[in-house]
Every structure is written in C-alpha cells, then in structure tokens.
Design a protein around this ligand. Structure first.
Ligand SMILES: Nc1ncnc2c1ncn2[C@@H]1O[C@H](COP(=O)(O)OP(=O)(O)OP(=O)(O)O)[C@@H](O)[C@H]1O
Ligand SMILES: [Mg+2]
Length: 166
C-alpha cells in the first residue's frame, strides 16, 4: 500500500527551521501545501525554514493583514498565505490568489480552512500540534503527485514508516 502520512516530533524552534530547510528541495515537486494548527503552533516557523532552504535570509512573518506575501526567488517563487483574517472565502478570489496558484510557484497556506470552497485540494497538508515542549508535525500526502514522491519525502524527513491514515 502506498504510504500517505508521516509524523515527526520537533523539539524546538531551531529544529523546526532545520525541518523546513530539509523539506525545501522536495517541495519543488509540488505546488500547494496547507498548514493546519492552532495560533502559535509553529506554521510560520516552518515556512521560514522552507524559505531559508531556498536561500532567502530576510524576515518571514505571517502575512496576517496582507493575507499573502510573495517571495520572488531566483529559481521558483514562493507565495506565503495566511488566511486567518479572511472574513469570507470569496475574498480569496480578490487576492489574485488564482494567479498565484497557477503560475508554477510554490504556495504555502496557513489557515486553509478560512478559504474553504475556494482553495483547491492541496498536494500536502501539514498539521502541527503541541506536544510536551515541542511539536508533532504530521504530513498527509493528498495528491497523487505528492504520493508518487513519498519515498523521497520519508528520506528527507528521516522517518522509517508511515502512520495510520486518519
Ligand atoms: N517545534 C517547536 N517547538 C517549540 N516551539 C516552537 C516550535 N516551532 C515553533 N515554535 C514556537 O512557536 C511560536 C509560534 O510560532 P509561529 O508564529 O510559527 O506560529 P503560527 O502557527 O504561524 O501562528 P499563527 O497561527 O498565529 O500564524 C514561536 O514562538 C516559535 O518559537
Ligand atoms: Mg503564522
């Protein structure tokens, strides 16, 4: 059976950045990743790590008020969305989000539930939960494309086996 979900425990902020860096190469294979988790779960921290992995060393903040922050990088653009303050999923259209989703860049979306009905199904959903003093980070591979590269993802996460689908 094809593997479809992995979990890794991440002890602290520095390790979360390192995790994002190790994922950043694998993410070239896909286009849309959603990040689910409570306020302060660590979603932006993981996005910051992904951007560090793409050699972006500037500030990375949750674009809570602007809703999207584009990073026009040399090899591939990254669009970081935070939909927390989206009052109505329809507003998602006004952000020009469709163009972002279609231009071949990588879209990283915090609070995807706020864009329900407008945001397409992601390739991967990342769920972050607080455990002890760290975080449990779960990767659910949704698209066939993401599943086709499951072994490579396991390799870069250094996990040995899948977890049960939930
Ligand atoms: N693996 C981790 N272990 C412990 N603390 C962490 C971990 N990753 C991130 N943090 C801490 O969690 C805090 C909040 O992180 P972050 O801003 O990334 O959350 P967020 O999920 O993006 O929140 P929001 O929904 O408000 O945008 C930061 O202080 C960060 O240092
Ligand atoms: Mg955030």
């Amino acid at each position: 059976m094809k593997t479809d979900a992995f979990e890794v425990e991440v002890a602290g902020e520095d390790d979360m950045i390192t995790l994002g860096q190790s994922l950043s190469g694998w993410l070239r294979k896909i286009h849309l990743v959603t990040f689910t988790g409570d306020l302060g779960a660590g979603k932006t921290t993981l996005v910051r790590g992904i951007l560090r992995g793409r050699d972006y060393h500037g500030a990375v903040k949750s674009p809570t008020f602007t809703l999207v922050e584009p990073y026009e990088l040399a090899q591939q653009s990254i669009y970081h969305f935070d939909l927390y303050r989206l009052d109505d999923p329809e507003e998602f259209e006004f952000l020009g989000a469709r163009e972002y989703l279609q231009d071949g860049g990588l879209c990283l979306v915090e609070w995807p539930e706020k864009g329900a009905g407008f945001l397409p199904e992601p390739d991967v959903n990342v769920t972050i939960n607080k455990v002890n003093s760290g975080r449990m980070v779960r990767f659910a591979l949704v698209s066939d494309r993401a599943k086709a590269y499951a072994d490579e993802l396991m390799h870069c996460l250094k996990v040995k086996q899948e977890v049960q689908s939930r």
